[in-house]
Design a protein around this ligand. Structure first.
Ligand SMILES: NC(=O)C1=CN([C@@H]2O[C@H](COP(=O)(O)OP(=O)(O)OC[C@H]3O[C@@H](n4cnc5c(N)ncnc54)[C@H](O)[C@@H]3O)[C@@H](O)[C@H]2O)C=CC1
Ligand SMILES: O=C(O)C1=N[C@H](C(=O)O)C[C@H](O)C1
Length: 246
């Protein structure tokens, strides 16, 4: 049995993870943490892997505390920067432990990101629209940031230049934010859980890649896969695709 700790255990995702781990035949929940709980070598209670779905402002410090407690970590919390990735990579490598950080564990979203990067070199225009429940604290979503970065990298490798856009005035920021030059638009709407559309355009044609999570159970097969695959690795892995052989 894989001994699993959950941080952010009282949240929307954390509580769903606790149920999924409890139901998994090869795992058991051995420690739960939420705001105010201290992560120590004792309090992790022999956990081999911790799953963190907390909040962007605390997730990095949770990961460092878990590594110090001798635990491998699977992270779904968003809001990571290149600097925070670098600090965690160094800590994980120095301690011989593993950290897997994925902005999205839903199979549809993982594949949508992959398909978008595959398609990007063949389209003049690309924009990302992410749509979430209104309780989400960060914008744009971690998935949208990763999607846009993947598109931008694929465009750069293919030698594509600027996208066509004649906009001269945009006092309201209606053209969205830019992630590595790719426009990203964020919608917050009661009734939604998590959706994303990637729009790719050429003269006379459009490709739309869309992924919808209607329920948080959609993330659970990916989270459990992450728990199983993080064991035996070392250092930092970013993206579930990296442990799926995609
Ligand atoms: N990677 C993925 O597939 C997914 C990622 N997410 C991300 O997961 C994160 C959590 O999302 P939700 O569960 O909707 O948020 P939530 O607000 O429902 O849950 C966050 C939980 O973290 C707790 N918390 C606050 N400070 C803490 C600390 N220092 N240590 C431990 N726990 C602490 C809060 O009390 C709360 O229970 C967000 O960043 C969200 O974007 C959400 C869905 C899927
Ligand atoms: O906050 C959420 O709900 C989600 N957050 C992740 C993100 O920011 O990409 C993953 C998914 O979109 C749900």
């Amino acid at each position: 049995m894989i001994r699993v700790a959950v941080t952010g255990a009282k949240g929307r995702m954390g509580s769903t993870v606790v149920q999924a781990v409890t139901d998994a035949p090869d795992m058991e929940v051995v420690a739960l943490f939420d705001a105010g709980d201290e992560i120590t070598p004792q309090s992790v209670n022999g956990a081999q892997v911790a799953v963190d779905f907390s909040i962007p402002s605390v997730t990095e410090s949770n990961v460092h505390a878990l590594l110090d407690a001798g635990v491998d970590v699977v992270v779904g919390t968003t809001g990571w920067t290149e600097e925070s990735y670098a600090r965690v990579r160094e800590h994980a490598e120095a301690s011989g432990r593993a950290v897997l950080i994925a902005p999205n564990f839903a199979m549809g979203a993982v594949l949508a990101m992959k398909f978008a990067a595959m398609a990007a070199p063949y389209f003049e225009s690309a924009e990302v629209i992410e749509m979430h429940h209104p309780a989400k604290v960060d914008a744009p979503s971690g998935t949208a940031v990763a999607t846009a970065r993947g598109i931008a990298k694929a465009r750069a490798e293919a030698g594509l230049g600027e996208m066509p856009d004649a906009t001269e005035t945009d006092e309201l920021g209606s053209r969205g934010g830019r992630v590595d030059g790719i426009p990203v638009h964020a919608v917050r709407l009661r009734g939604l859980t998590a959706s994303e559309e990637i729009l790719l355009g050429n003269a006379g044609e459009q490709l739309v890649i869309r992924t919808d999570s209607f329920d948080r159970v959609s993330f659970m097969p990916g989270v459990l896969l992450g728990v199983r695959r993080v064991i035996g690795r070392t250092g930092l892995t970013i993206g579930l695709d990296q442990v799926m052989g995609l």
